[in-house]
Ligand binder design. Structure first.
Ligand code: ATP
Ligand code: MG
Length: 460
Protein backbone atom coordinates (compact mmCIF):
# COMPACT_ATOMS: atom_id res chain seq x y z
CA UNK A 1 0.00 0.00 0.00
CA UNK A 2 1.31 3.39 -0.95
CA UNK A 3 1.74 5.68 2.00
CA UNK A 4 1.54 9.46 1.65
CA UNK A 5 4.69 11.27 2.62
CA UNK A 6 2.90 13.41 5.21
CA UNK A 7 1.90 10.19 7.01
CA UNK A 8 5.23 8.50 6.45
CA UNK A 9 7.09 11.34 8.15
CA UNK A 10 5.02 10.73 11.27
CA UNK A 11 5.65 6.98 11.41
CA UNK A 12 8.01 5.47 13.92
CA UNK A 13 11.03 4.15 12.01
CA UNK A 14 11.36 0.48 12.87
CA UNK A 15 12.77 -0.84 9.62
CA UNK A 16 9.28 -1.59 8.31
CA UNK A 17 8.75 -1.93 4.57
CA UNK A 18 6.99 1.00 2.92
CA UNK A 19 5.99 1.99 -0.60
CA UNK A 20 6.23 5.67 -1.36
CA UNK A 21 5.45 7.41 -4.64
CA UNK A 22 6.18 10.93 -5.78
CA UNK A 23 8.21 13.32 -7.89
CA UNK A 24 11.92 13.80 -7.57
CA UNK A 25 12.89 17.22 -6.30
CA UNK A 26 16.64 16.63 -6.22
CA UNK A 27 19.18 13.87 -6.44
CA UNK A 28 22.69 14.11 -5.11
CA UNK A 29 25.35 11.76 -3.86
CA UNK A 30 28.63 10.06 -4.73
CA UNK A 31 29.76 6.71 -6.04
CA UNK A 32 28.73 4.92 -2.86
CA UNK A 33 25.37 6.41 -2.10
CA UNK A 34 22.62 8.51 -3.69
CA UNK A 35 20.10 10.71 -1.90
CA UNK A 36 16.78 11.39 -3.60
CA UNK A 37 14.41 14.01 -2.22
CA UNK A 38 10.91 12.83 -3.08
CA UNK A 39 7.71 14.85 -2.78
CA UNK A 40 4.14 13.70 -3.39
CA UNK A 41 2.29 16.96 -2.78
CA UNK A 42 0.83 15.89 0.55
CA UNK A 43 3.19 18.17 2.44
CA UNK A 44 5.90 20.73 1.87
CA UNK A 45 8.37 18.24 3.34
CA UNK A 46 10.23 15.70 1.23
CA UNK A 47 11.13 12.17 2.18
CA UNK A 48 14.77 11.30 1.70
CA UNK A 49 15.34 8.10 -0.23
CA UNK A 50 18.78 6.58 0.25
CA UNK A 51 20.18 4.33 -2.47
CA UNK A 52 23.15 2.07 -1.88
CA UNK A 53 25.07 2.34 -5.16
CA UNK A 54 26.77 -1.03 -4.72
CA UNK A 55 23.40 -2.72 -5.06
CA UNK A 56 21.76 -0.25 -7.43
CA UNK A 57 20.91 -0.43 -11.11
CA UNK A 58 23.04 2.41 -12.42
CA UNK A 59 21.25 2.77 -15.73
CA UNK A 60 17.94 3.14 -13.95
CA UNK A 61 19.37 5.68 -11.54
CA UNK A 62 20.46 7.84 -14.46
CA UNK A 63 16.78 8.37 -15.22
CA UNK A 64 16.06 9.43 -11.67
CA UNK A 65 16.23 13.12 -12.47
CA UNK A 66 14.55 16.25 -11.17
CA UNK A 67 10.87 16.05 -12.05
CA UNK A 68 10.72 12.32 -12.75
CA UNK A 69 8.07 10.25 -10.99
CA UNK A 70 8.98 7.21 -8.93
CA UNK A 71 7.59 4.38 -6.88
CA UNK A 72 10.05 3.40 -4.19
CA UNK A 73 9.86 0.30 -2.04
CA UNK A 74 12.16 0.30 0.93
CA UNK A 75 12.64 0.26 4.65
CA UNK A 76 11.74 3.17 6.90
CA UNK A 77 14.64 3.91 9.21
CA UNK A 78 15.78 6.69 11.46
CA UNK A 79 17.73 9.25 9.50
CA UNK A 80 21.33 9.75 10.42
CA UNK A 81 21.63 13.05 8.55
CA UNK A 82 20.18 16.20 9.95
CA UNK A 83 17.02 17.79 8.62
CA UNK A 84 14.67 14.83 8.66
CA UNK A 85 13.59 12.33 11.31
CA UNK A 86 13.21 9.35 8.98
CA UNK A 87 14.39 8.17 5.58
CA UNK A 88 13.71 5.29 3.23
CA UNK A 89 16.44 2.82 2.39
CA UNK A 90 15.54 1.91 -1.16
CA UNK A 91 15.16 -1.77 -2.07
CA UNK A 92 13.45 -1.25 -5.38
CA UNK A 93 12.80 1.77 -7.55
CA UNK A 94 10.32 1.87 -10.41
CA UNK A 95 10.21 4.88 -12.71
CA UNK A 96 6.69 5.87 -13.68
CA UNK A 97 7.62 8.89 -15.76
CA UNK A 98 10.98 10.25 -16.82
CA UNK A 99 11.77 13.95 -17.00
CA UNK A 100 14.67 14.92 -19.20
CA UNK A 101 16.72 18.10 -19.08
CA UNK A 102 13.99 20.04 -20.91
CA UNK A 103 11.76 19.83 -17.82
CA UNK A 104 11.32 23.51 -16.96
CA UNK A 105 11.46 23.15 -13.19
CA UNK A 106 15.11 22.35 -12.78
CA UNK A 107 16.43 23.21 -9.38
CA UNK A 108 16.94 26.94 -9.35
CA UNK A 109 14.98 29.95 -8.21
CA UNK A 110 12.36 30.76 -10.83
CA UNK A 111 10.67 34.12 -11.04
CA UNK A 112 6.95 34.25 -10.31
CA UNK A 113 6.41 35.63 -13.81
CA UNK A 114 8.10 32.62 -15.38
CA UNK A 115 6.12 30.24 -13.19
CA UNK A 116 2.89 31.96 -14.27
CA UNK A 117 3.80 31.12 -17.85
CA UNK A 118 4.02 27.46 -16.89
CA UNK A 119 0.98 27.48 -14.64
CA UNK A 120 0.27 23.87 -15.62
CA UNK A 121 3.48 22.78 -13.87
CA UNK A 122 3.87 25.29 -11.07
CA UNK A 123 1.83 23.28 -8.49
CA UNK A 124 4.87 20.97 -8.45
CA UNK A 125 7.00 23.67 -6.87
CA UNK A 126 7.30 24.09 -3.13
CA UNK A 127 5.80 27.56 -3.23
CA UNK A 128 2.68 26.69 -5.18
CA UNK A 129 2.22 23.40 -3.38
CA UNK A 130 2.12 25.40 -0.16
CA UNK A 131 -0.22 28.05 -1.58
CA UNK A 132 -2.70 25.55 -2.99
CA UNK A 133 -2.75 23.40 0.13
CA UNK A 134 -3.55 26.56 2.09
CA UNK A 135 -6.21 27.42 -0.49
CA UNK A 136 -7.86 24.08 0.18
CA UNK A 137 -7.63 24.51 3.93
CA UNK A 138 -9.24 27.95 3.73
CA UNK A 139 -12.10 26.63 1.59
CA UNK A 140 -12.70 23.91 4.15
CA UNK A 141 -12.49 26.38 7.05
CA UNK A 142 -15.07 28.62 5.40
CA UNK A 143 -17.59 25.80 5.02
CA UNK A 144 -16.90 24.68 8.55
CA UNK A 145 -17.31 28.16 10.01
CA UNK A 146 -20.70 28.69 8.42
CA UNK A 147 -21.95 25.17 8.96
CA UNK A 148 -21.07 25.35 12.65
CA UNK A 149 -23.00 28.62 12.89
CA UNK A 150 -26.12 27.18 11.30
CA UNK A 151 -25.77 28.83 7.90
CA UNK A 152 -26.93 27.00 4.78
CA UNK A 153 -24.75 26.70 1.69
CA UNK A 154 -26.88 28.29 -1.00
CA UNK A 155 -26.11 27.92 -4.69
CA UNK A 156 -26.77 30.98 -6.76
CA UNK A 157 -26.74 30.88 -10.56
CA UNK A 158 -23.61 31.58 -12.56
CA UNK A 159 -25.65 32.55 -15.59
CA UNK A 160 -27.83 35.52 -14.83
CA UNK A 161 -30.02 38.10 -16.49
CA UNK A 162 -29.56 40.70 -13.76
CA UNK A 163 -26.57 42.94 -13.40
CA UNK A 164 -25.94 43.14 -9.68
CA UNK A 165 -25.31 46.86 -9.35
CA UNK A 166 -22.95 47.21 -12.27
CA UNK A 167 -20.16 45.87 -10.09
CA UNK A 168 -18.05 45.50 -13.18
CA UNK A 169 -18.43 44.80 -16.87
CA UNK A 170 -20.04 41.45 -17.53
CA UNK A 171 -19.21 38.57 -19.85
CA UNK A 172 -22.03 37.77 -22.23
CA UNK A 173 -23.38 34.24 -22.42
CA UNK A 174 -24.78 33.32 -25.79
CA UNK A 175 -25.07 30.46 -28.25
CA UNK A 176 -25.30 32.80 -31.22
CA UNK A 177 -22.93 32.31 -34.10
CA UNK A 178 -21.05 35.56 -33.62
CA UNK A 179 -20.44 35.84 -37.34
CA UNK A 180 -24.14 35.77 -37.97
CA UNK A 181 -26.04 37.34 -35.11
CA UNK A 182 -29.84 37.61 -35.56
CA UNK A 183 -31.00 41.22 -35.65
CA UNK A 184 -34.35 42.87 -35.03
CA UNK A 185 -35.93 45.16 -37.58
CA UNK A 186 -34.27 48.11 -35.86
CA UNK A 187 -30.91 46.45 -36.35
CA UNK A 188 -30.38 45.52 -32.68
CA UNK A 189 -29.31 42.07 -31.50
CA UNK A 190 -32.42 39.88 -31.35
CA UNK A 191 -31.94 38.12 -28.04
CA UNK A 192 -35.37 36.53 -28.28
CA UNK A 193 -33.71 34.01 -30.58
CA UNK A 194 -30.86 33.27 -28.19
CA UNK A 195 -30.67 30.21 -25.93
CA UNK A 196 -32.41 31.85 -22.96
CA UNK A 197 -34.52 34.12 -25.15
CA UNK A 198 -32.98 37.11 -23.41
CA UNK A 199 -29.62 38.70 -22.83
CA UNK A 200 -27.63 36.79 -20.21
CA UNK A 201 -24.19 37.05 -18.66
CA UNK A 202 -21.89 35.41 -16.16
CA UNK A 203 -22.62 36.61 -12.65
CA UNK A 204 -20.61 39.38 -10.98
CA UNK A 205 -22.09 38.54 -7.57
CA UNK A 206 -24.56 36.08 -6.11
CA UNK A 207 -25.86 38.61 -3.64
CA UNK A 208 -29.30 39.41 -5.04
CA UNK A 209 -30.20 35.74 -5.21
CA UNK A 210 -28.44 35.28 -1.86
CA UNK A 211 -30.94 37.68 -0.32
CA UNK A 212 -33.75 35.39 -1.47
CA UNK A 213 -32.11 32.64 0.56
CA UNK A 214 -31.72 34.84 3.64
CA UNK A 215 -35.35 35.91 3.45
CA UNK A 216 -36.47 32.30 3.57
CA UNK A 217 -33.83 30.11 5.25
CA UNK A 218 -32.62 32.87 7.58
CA UNK A 219 -28.85 32.59 7.17
CA UNK A 220 -27.14 31.46 4.00
CA UNK A 221 -23.78 31.77 2.34
CA UNK A 222 -22.64 31.34 -1.21
CA UNK A 223 -19.19 30.20 -2.23
CA UNK A 224 -18.60 30.10 -5.94
CA UNK A 225 -16.95 31.59 -8.98
CA UNK A 226 -17.62 35.17 -9.96
CA UNK A 227 -16.78 36.90 -13.22
CA UNK A 228 -15.87 40.47 -13.94
CA UNK A 229 -14.76 41.66 -17.34
CA UNK A 230 -12.96 44.59 -15.80
CA UNK A 231 -9.85 45.53 -17.60
CA UNK A 232 -7.94 46.19 -14.41
CA UNK A 233 -4.46 44.81 -14.61
CA UNK A 234 -3.77 45.06 -10.90
CA UNK A 235 -2.21 42.54 -8.51
CA UNK A 236 -5.62 42.35 -6.77
CA UNK A 237 -8.09 41.75 -9.61
CA UNK A 238 -8.97 38.63 -11.56
CA UNK A 239 -11.56 38.22 -14.29
CA UNK A 240 -12.64 34.96 -12.62
CA UNK A 241 -12.46 34.80 -8.86
CA UNK A 242 -14.24 33.03 -6.04
CA UNK A 243 -16.44 34.86 -3.65
CA UNK A 244 -18.06 34.00 -0.33
CA UNK A 245 -21.28 35.89 0.29
CA UNK A 246 -23.12 35.38 3.56
CA UNK A 247 -26.55 36.96 3.79
CA UNK A 248 -28.50 37.09 7.04
CA UNK A 249 -32.06 37.99 7.93
CA UNK A 250 -32.42 40.13 11.08
CA UNK A 251 -28.80 41.32 11.04
CA UNK A 252 -28.14 45.04 11.18
CA UNK A 253 -24.86 46.67 10.22
CA UNK A 254 -23.38 46.11 13.69
CA UNK A 255 -24.17 42.39 13.53
CA UNK A 256 -22.79 42.29 10.00
CA UNK A 257 -19.48 43.83 11.09
CA UNK A 258 -19.20 41.48 14.04
CA UNK A 259 -19.73 38.48 11.78
CA UNK A 260 -17.19 39.69 9.21
CA UNK A 261 -14.57 40.17 11.90
CA UNK A 262 -15.24 36.82 13.54
CA UNK A 263 -15.22 35.09 10.15
CA UNK A 264 -11.87 36.43 8.98
CA UNK A 265 -10.26 35.76 12.33
CA UNK A 266 -11.57 32.21 12.27
CA UNK A 267 -10.06 31.60 8.83
CA UNK A 268 -6.69 33.07 9.79
CA UNK A 269 -6.62 31.12 13.05
CA UNK A 270 -7.51 27.97 11.12
CA UNK A 271 -4.49 28.52 8.90
CA UNK A 272 -2.26 29.07 11.92
CA UNK A 273 -3.58 25.88 13.52
CA UNK A 274 -3.51 23.64 10.46
CA UNK A 275 -1.08 24.97 7.86
CA UNK A 276 2.00 25.79 9.92
CA UNK A 277 4.47 23.83 7.75
CA UNK A 278 3.38 25.67 4.63
CA UNK A 279 3.14 29.04 6.38
CA UNK A 280 6.61 28.62 7.83
CA UNK A 281 7.96 27.89 4.37
CA UNK A 282 6.29 30.98 2.88
CA UNK A 283 7.36 33.06 5.85
CA UNK A 284 10.99 32.06 5.39
CA UNK A 285 11.04 32.32 1.61
CA UNK A 286 8.98 35.41 0.86
CA UNK A 287 7.73 37.40 3.76
CA UNK A 288 9.47 37.33 7.10
CA UNK A 289 6.57 39.08 8.79
CA UNK A 290 3.83 36.81 7.48
CA UNK A 291 3.13 34.72 10.56
CA UNK A 292 3.49 37.71 12.83
CA UNK A 293 0.97 39.60 10.69
CA UNK A 294 -1.49 36.70 10.81
CA UNK A 295 -1.22 36.50 14.58
CA UNK A 296 -1.63 40.26 14.81
CA UNK A 297 -4.95 40.16 12.96
CA UNK A 298 -6.33 37.39 15.13
CA UNK A 299 -5.39 39.22 18.30
CA UNK A 300 -6.40 42.77 17.51
CA UNK A 301 -9.79 44.41 17.45
CA UNK A 302 -10.75 45.80 14.05
CA UNK A 303 -11.29 49.55 14.00
CA UNK A 304 -14.80 50.75 13.10
CA UNK A 305 -14.61 54.08 11.36
CA UNK A 306 -17.08 56.38 9.67
CA UNK A 307 -16.26 57.20 6.06
CA UNK A 308 -16.55 60.90 6.92
CA UNK A 309 -14.03 60.49 9.73
CA UNK A 310 -11.76 58.52 7.38
CA UNK A 311 -11.78 61.37 4.87
CA UNK A 312 -10.90 63.81 7.66
CA UNK A 313 -7.92 61.67 8.73
CA UNK A 314 -6.74 61.41 5.13
CA UNK A 315 -7.03 65.11 4.42
CA UNK A 316 -5.26 66.02 7.66
CA UNK A 317 -2.52 63.45 7.10
CA UNK A 318 -0.31 65.87 5.23
CA UNK A 319 0.36 63.01 2.84
CA UNK A 320 0.52 63.63 -0.89
CA UNK A 321 -1.63 60.97 -2.51
CA UNK A 322 -1.62 60.23 -6.20
CA UNK A 323 -5.41 60.65 -6.17
CA UNK A 324 -6.51 63.45 -3.85
CA UNK A 325 -9.43 62.47 -1.72
CA UNK A 326 -12.39 64.58 -0.62
CA UNK A 327 -15.81 63.74 0.80
CA UNK A 328 -17.77 61.93 -1.87
CA UNK A 329 -14.89 60.21 -3.62
CA UNK A 330 -14.29 56.48 -3.63
CA UNK A 331 -11.19 55.50 -1.71
CA UNK A 332 -8.24 54.25 -3.71
CA UNK A 333 -6.01 51.48 -2.53
CA UNK A 334 -3.39 54.04 -1.42
CA UNK A 335 -5.94 55.69 0.91
CA UNK A 336 -7.13 52.40 2.32
CA UNK A 337 -3.59 51.30 2.99
CA UNK A 338 -2.68 54.57 4.63
CA UNK A 339 -5.52 54.15 7.12
CA UNK A 340 -4.74 50.51 7.81
CA UNK A 341 -0.97 50.30 7.65
CA UNK A 342 0.13 53.69 8.85
CA UNK A 343 -2.60 55.39 10.81
CA UNK A 344 -4.32 52.61 12.79
CA UNK A 345 -1.88 49.75 12.12
CA UNK A 346 -4.73 47.26 12.14
CA UNK A 347 -7.71 46.26 9.99
CA UNK A 348 -10.34 48.95 9.58
CA UNK A 349 -14.04 48.57 8.88
CA UNK A 350 -15.10 51.72 7.09
CA UNK A 351 -18.84 52.41 7.24
CA UNK A 352 -21.52 54.87 6.15
CA UNK A 353 -20.26 55.75 2.68
CA UNK A 354 -21.83 58.43 0.47
CA UNK A 355 -24.74 56.81 -1.30
CA UNK A 356 -23.65 57.99 -4.76
CA UNK A 357 -20.57 55.77 -4.77
CA UNK A 358 -22.34 52.68 -3.46
CA UNK A 359 -24.84 50.20 -4.83
CA UNK A 360 -28.57 50.72 -5.09
CA UNK A 361 -29.50 48.01 -2.59
CA UNK A 362 -27.75 49.48 0.45
CA UNK A 363 -29.85 50.76 3.33
CA UNK A 364 -30.12 54.53 3.31
CA UNK A 365 -29.24 56.43 6.46
CA UNK A 366 -31.47 59.09 7.99
CA UNK A 367 -29.09 61.83 6.88
CA UNK A 368 -30.18 61.32 3.27
CA UNK A 369 -26.55 61.35 2.17
CA UNK A 370 -24.99 58.08 3.28
CA UNK A 371 -25.76 54.36 3.22
CA UNK A 372 -25.09 51.57 5.71
CA UNK A 373 -22.18 50.16 3.75
CA UNK A 374 -19.10 48.56 5.19
CA UNK A 375 -15.75 47.79 3.61
CA UNK A 376 -13.22 45.77 5.56
CA UNK A 377 -9.75 47.07 4.79
CA UNK A 378 -6.67 44.95 5.39
CA UNK A 379 -2.94 45.51 5.54
CA UNK A 380 -1.20 44.82 2.20
CA UNK A 381 -4.54 44.14 0.49
CA UNK A 382 -6.84 47.12 0.90
CA UNK A 383 -10.45 46.05 0.47
CA UNK A 384 -10.97 42.42 1.36
CA UNK A 385 -14.71 42.55 2.12
CA UNK A 386 -17.51 44.75 0.83
CA UNK A 387 -20.94 44.59 2.41
CA UNK A 388 -23.91 46.45 3.84
CA UNK A 389 -27.20 46.35 5.55
CA UNK A 390 -29.72 46.04 2.71
CA UNK A 391 -32.53 48.45 2.00
CA UNK A 392 -35.63 46.67 3.25
CA UNK A 393 -38.15 49.41 2.46
CA UNK A 394 -40.09 48.90 -0.77
CA UNK A 395 -40.62 52.57 -1.56
CA UNK A 396 -37.03 53.59 -0.98
CA UNK A 397 -35.74 50.72 -3.07
CA UNK A 398 -38.25 51.36 -5.81
CA UNK A 399 -37.31 55.02 -5.96
CA UNK A 400 -33.61 54.43 -6.17
CA UNK A 401 -34.03 51.81 -8.89
CA UNK A 402 -35.96 54.42 -10.87
CA UNK A 403 -33.51 57.20 -10.10
CA UNK A 404 -30.64 55.11 -11.35
CA UNK A 405 -32.51 54.07 -14.46
CA UNK A 406 -32.17 50.39 -13.62
CA UNK A 407 -34.31 47.77 -15.29
CA UNK A 408 -37.40 46.71 -13.39
CA UNK A 409 -37.99 44.14 -16.08
CA UNK A 410 -35.07 42.14 -14.72
CA UNK A 411 -35.29 43.21 -11.06
CA UNK A 412 -39.03 42.74 -10.43
CA UNK A 413 -38.48 39.64 -8.31
CA UNK A 414 -35.95 41.45 -6.14
CA UNK A 415 -38.42 44.26 -5.49
CA UNK A 416 -41.09 41.70 -4.66
CA UNK A 417 -39.05 40.54 -1.65
CA UNK A 418 -39.72 44.01 -0.19
CA UNK A 419 -43.35 43.86 -1.18
CA UNK A 420 -44.11 40.74 0.83
CA UNK A 421 -42.60 39.89 4.19
CA UNK A 422 -39.66 42.25 3.92
CA UNK A 423 -37.19 41.99 6.79
CA UNK A 424 -34.10 43.82 7.95
CA UNK A 425 -31.11 41.92 6.62
CA UNK A 426 -27.43 42.30 5.85
CA UNK A 427 -24.60 40.56 4.10
CA UNK A 428 -21.15 40.91 2.63
CA UNK A 429 -18.81 39.51 0.01
CA UNK A 430 -15.32 38.26 0.72
CA UNK A 431 -13.04 37.77 -2.25
CA UNK A 432 -11.53 34.33 -1.65
CA UNK A 433 -8.30 35.16 -3.45
CA UNK A 434 -7.93 38.41 -1.51
CA UNK A 435 -8.14 36.38 1.69
CA UNK A 436 -5.52 34.02 0.26
CA UNK A 437 -3.24 36.92 -0.62
CA UNK A 438 -3.35 37.91 3.00
CA UNK A 439 -2.92 34.43 4.44
CA UNK A 440 -0.12 33.32 2.12
CA UNK A 441 1.66 36.67 1.86
CA UNK A 442 1.78 36.32 -1.93
CA UNK A 443 2.06 39.67 -3.67
CA UNK A 444 0.01 38.94 -6.80
CA UNK A 445 -3.51 37.53 -6.96
CA UNK A 446 -2.51 35.48 -10.03
CA UNK A 447 -0.39 33.36 -7.71
CA UNK A 448 -3.12 32.18 -5.35
CA UNK A 449 -5.46 30.56 -7.90
CA UNK A 450 -4.37 27.54 -9.94
CA UNK A 451 -5.43 28.91 -13.32
CA UNK A 452 -5.74 32.70 -13.29
CA UNK A 453 -8.02 34.43 -15.74
CA UNK A 454 -6.93 37.98 -16.51
CA UNK A 455 -7.18 40.30 -19.53
CA UNK A 456 -5.60 38.59 -22.54
CA UNK A 457 -4.91 35.43 -20.60
CA UNK A 458 -7.00 32.27 -20.50
CA UNK A 459 -4.43 29.56 -21.18
CA UNK A 460 -5.14 26.02 -19.97
P1 ATP B 1 -12.43 46.69 -5.71
O1 ATP B 1 -12.75 48.10 -5.35
O2 ATP B 1 -11.19 46.16 -5.09
O3 ATP B 1 -12.50 46.48 -7.21
P2 ATP B 1 -15.17 46.02 -5.41
O4 ATP B 1 -15.68 47.19 -4.67
O5 ATP B 1 -15.40 45.96 -6.87
O6 ATP B 1 -13.62 45.81 -5.09
P3 ATP B 1 -17.18 44.23 -4.42
O7 ATP B 1 -18.03 44.41 -5.64
O8 ATP B 1 -17.65 44.82 -3.15
O9 ATP B 1 -15.70 44.70 -4.71
O10 ATP B 1 -16.89 42.67 -4.24
C1 ATP B 1 -16.71 42.05 -2.97
C2 ATP B 1 -15.31 41.52 -2.79
O11 ATP B 1 -14.90 40.73 -3.88
C3 ATP B 1 -14.24 42.57 -2.67
O12 ATP B 1 -14.16 43.06 -1.37
C4 ATP B 1 -13.00 41.82 -3.04
O13 ATP B 1 -12.53 41.05 -1.94
C5 ATP B 1 -13.50 40.84 -4.08
N1 ATP B 1 -13.24 41.27 -5.46
C6 ATP B 1 -13.89 42.23 -6.17
N2 ATP B 1 -13.44 42.31 -7.42
C7 ATP B 1 -12.48 41.36 -7.54
C8 ATP B 1 -11.65 40.94 -8.62
N3 ATP B 1 -11.74 41.46 -9.84
N4 ATP B 1 -10.78 39.93 -8.38
C9 ATP B 1 -10.69 39.36 -7.15
N5 ATP B 1 -11.46 39.71 -6.11
C10 ATP B 1 -12.35 40.71 -6.28
MG1 MG C 1 -14.17 46.49 -8.46
Amino acid sequence: MTVRIIDLLRQKPEGQEVVVKGWVRTKRGNKNVAFIALNDGSTINNIQVVVDMAAADEALLKDVTTGSCLAVTGLLVESVGSGQPVEVQARNIEIYGKADATYPLQKKGHSMEFLREIAYLRPRTNTFGAVFRIRHAMAYAIHKFFNDKGFYYWHTPLITASDCEGAGAMFNVTTFDLNNVPKTEEGKVDYSQDFFARQTSLTVSGQLEGELGALSLGQIYTFGPTFRAENSNTPRHLAEFWMIEPEMAFYDLEDNMALAEEFIKYCVQYALDNCMDDLTFLNNMFDKELIERLRGVVECEFVRLDYTEGIRILSESGRKFEFPCTWGCDLQSEHERYLVEEYFKKPVILINYPKEIKSFYMKQNEDGKTVRAMDVLFPKIGEIIGGSEREADFDKLNTIIEERGMSKETLWWYLDTRRWGSAPHSGFGLGFERLLLFVTGMANIRDVIPFPRTPKNAEY
